[in-house]
Design a protein around this ligand. Structure first.
Ligand code: UD1
Ligand code: UDP
Length: 366
């Protein structure tokens, strides 16, 4: 290759299925495009609503998936099983040399499992994260995916150490940084130039809060979700600032089913990535249980209050961008008071925005 990068004559399958996978795989897809590689996207169809799926392909200008398994929603066994069956068929037909999966969803695990059973090499992007809480479906997915992968792309030194501690041979592990940094760097300026969601919502920079809460352990547990909403009501009263919650469809459904109240919180539909980046980067503080949002707030230098008891992103706690509040209303208020006045001089521990490029470069040398 003219630019000195290795030439690659292999076929890659990029498996993705949910909002965060589309966003975090986008830098890898762009790198495949840039190098004109032989690759294709296998979409599991786990997410399918326009604002959880297509919206991201359009605005990030990603090529359409060659296959969509249309797995849709369902309980874990059903959803994972449908993706496993569908992915196996596609991979048998296409016989790629590598399958890349990302993160910790049911799509991630099923894609990795289908490939490894066919003898196809699996690369796990964002390997080595652990919350050590097996009640979370994501913890099961990420642990099993790591252990059936051939190449583990760890975002940080810490995640590499975790993998080595679990007996994974060091030669399989590569520290690349997290592709979320690439996604933020590639899109932040475009977001602030092209989107006008702040003015549409009548928000002033640093004079509002953002919330995203969607994890099964929070929203499928009525008492926990009620606590979180009560905590947010307290925040609204104490700080007198708007709280905007682009609400995930799972959480919206739970509020509707259970009749929970969301006083003091402005619910809006999930927004596109560029609009979310604009909202997130200008917020005074963000409340979340999302993995990607804990990372992005750290990168964007916006304080984060995580509404969980643990995190698989301990780097954010260590640098001081994030605090674990759990879900009790009093503790949420206490942690908000700490983070409201937080100086944001911390360093981003997730890399320099070249994780996509590094991942593909490593694959090309294997
Ligand atoms: C999944 C991942 C979670 C990730 C999240 C990202 C698993 C086990 N969980 O959770 O780790 O943080 O994606 O957003 O893989 N729904 C829609 N439209 C959609 C998708 C979902 O309306 O496009 C609704 C359906 O009611 C569905 C519910 O959301 O039952 C949950 O969807 P599902 O894909 O099962 O899990 P997520 O909560 O999205
Ligand atoms: N996000 C978005 N629109 C929204 C809420 C979130 O584009 O309304 C993006 C956010 O910037 C991040 C990703 O979605 O990149 C996080 O996905 P999610 O919280 O669904 O999943 P998790 O990271 O917890 O797996």
């Amino acid at each position: 290759m003219e630019d000195g990068k290795s030439v690659m004559r292999v076929k890659i399958s990029i498996v993705l299925g949910t909002r965060p996978e589309i966003i975090k795989m986008s830098p890898i897809i762009r790198e495949c495009e840039r190098r004109a590689l032989d690759y294709f996207i296998l979409h599991t169809g786990q997410h399918y609503s326009y604002n959880m799926d297509k919206a991201f392909f359009e605005e990030l200008e990603l090529p359409e998936a060659k296959y969509n398994l249309d797995a849709g929603s369902g309980y874990h066994g059903e959803q994972t099983g449908k993706i496993l069956v569908g992915a196996e068929r596609v991979l048998q037909k296409e016989r790629p040399n590598f399958v890349l999966v990302q993160g910790d969803t049911n799509s991630t695990l099923a894609g990795a499992l289908a490939a490894t059973k066919l003898g196809i090499k699996v690369g796990h992007v964002e390997a080595g994260l652990r919350s050590y809480d097996r009640r979370m479906p994501e913890e099961v997915n990420r642990t099993l995916t790591d252990h059936c992968s051939d190449y583990l792309f760890a975002p940080t030194e810490k995640s590499k150490k975790i993998l080595i501690g679990e007996g994974i041979p060091e030669e399989k592990i590569f520290i690349t940084g997290n592709t979320v940094v690439d996604a933020v760097y590639q899109n932040l300026e475009i977001a602030n130039r092209k989107r006008k969601i702040m003015s549409d919502l009548g928000l002033q920079p640093k004079k509002y809060f953002i919330v995203t809460v969607h994890r099964q352990e929070n929203v499928d547990n009525k008492a926990r979700f009620a606590w979180i909403l009560r905590g947010l009501k307290k925040i609204a009263k104490e700080f007198g600032l708007p709280i905007v919650y682009p609400i995930h469809p799972r959480s919206r459904k739970r509020i509707e089913e259970s009749g929970l109240r969301s006083d003091g919180v402005r619910l809006i539909d999930p927004v596109d990535f560029l609009s979310f980046l604009q909202l997130e980067s200008n917020a005074k503080l963000v409340f979340t249980d999302s993995g990607g949002v804990q990372e992005e707030t750290c990168i964007l230098k916006v304080p984060c209050v995580t509404l969980r008891d643990n995190t698989e992103r301990p780097e954010t706690i260590e640098v001081g961008s994030n605090i674990l509040a759990g879900t009790h209303p009093d503790r949420i208020l206490k942690c908000t008071k700490i983070m409201f006045f937080k100086e944001n001089g911390w360093q981003n521990p997730f890399g320099n925005g070249t994780a996509g490029e590094k991942t593909i470069e490593i694959l090309s040398t294997l």
